[in-house]
Design a protein around this ligand. Structure first.
Ligand code: ATR
Length: 275
């Protein structure tokens, strides 16, 4: 039995063990997946202990994605650009890479696959992304690779959005600024701020949604977030981040096991558990 886990702090409410257990059952893979609360000041130590006990790979969630990034011997392009790792892979095949740590970031692909699942077209779309923190940085590369017409990052602290746009400029039509600089209507508005957690709404005009637009919140819960409720009142289609959670897990699972699980059953089961 191979061992995997999710590292977080806190981590006790993580859905990842349930998701990966379902994937393992479905694909017939012999693995165990647990949740480990790493100490805030010693993520590297927690990973080392896990490997010493036979750990083969891990997911990494808040607040350790940057610690995981610094721990890696090699990185995927998207993880290097995100400066954050949510998937650690212990490379043990072959004589040269014994015990080398590879880092990847599956959040962005999780988002674009979830959008595809819901038949939301990214190619040619005008996209507005709210927030310029780690969550947004983690998804920009796969989002831009899906070739939107334009992507604007709006953030409370405008300088962070401008910098982020600068960092990803070579990948597509991208710009950043403050909320006051948001202009025109968008086909897809993605909330990557943590504002929903405090029940507040980023300051957007009611005219921000184009006809047929989708509003996506990277967060999820039993109740729709304040952003999604507001968006639905403006006529946009609300989608929460539960599908993204399942899809990013599926990409990680495939990196570790080489098998792509079916996410539909797991989506349905999780949604029932939330209600
Ligand atoms: P994460 O890793 O979840 O992205 P983060 O890096 O702390 O966390 O980023 C949080 C994001 O939410 C930031 O874009 C933050 O805006 P600032 O950069 O201006 O701090 C945004 N945010 C948090 N609370 C907010 C609020 N009440 N209104 C608007 N934006 C908020």
């Amino acid at each position: 039995t191979d061992h995997y886990c999710v590292f977080g702090h806190p981590v006790n409410h993580s859905k990842s063990p349930m998701i990966h257990a379902a994937f393992a059952e479905q694909t017939g893979e012999d693995l165990e997946y647990s949740a480990i609360e790493a100490p805030l000041e010693d993520f590297a130590g927690a990973w080392k202990r896990f490997v010493a006990q036979g750990g083969k790979g891990a997911n990494v969630t808040v607040p350790f994605k940057e610690d995981a990034f610094r721990l890696c011997d090699s990185l995927s392009d998207r993880a290097r650009r995100a400066k954050a790792v949510n998937t650690l892979i212990l490379e043990t095949d072959g004589p040269t890479q014994n015990g080398r740590i590879r880092g990847d970031n599956t959040d962005g692909l999780g988002l674009t696959r979830d959008l595809a699942h819901h038949r939301v077209t990214v190619e040619g779309a005008r996209i507005l992304v709210l927030g310029a923190g780690g969550a947004v940085r983690g998804v920009l590369e796969p989002l831009l690779q899906a070739r939107p017409k334009a992507l604007f990052i709006a953030n409370r602290t405008p300088e962070k959005a401008v910098q982020l746009a600068e960092d990803f400029r070579d990948l597509g039509e991208i710009a950043g600024g403050g909320y006051a600089e948001v202009e025109g209507r968008f086909d897809l508005v993605i909330n990557g701020t943590s504002a929903s957690l405090g029940g507040t709404l980023p300051p957007l005009a009611e005219t921000v949604f184009a006809p047929g637009a989708t509003a996506y919140d990277m967060l999820y819960g039993a109740e729709p977030t304040v952003f999604l409720r507001w968006a639905a009142r403006q006529g946009a289609r609300p989608l929460d981040g539960l599908g993204m959670l399942v899809e990013q897990a599926a990409v990680s699972f495939q990196l570790w096991r080489g098998k792509r699980p079916d996410t539909q059953v797991v989506r349905e089961r999780l949604r029932q558990l939330l209600d």
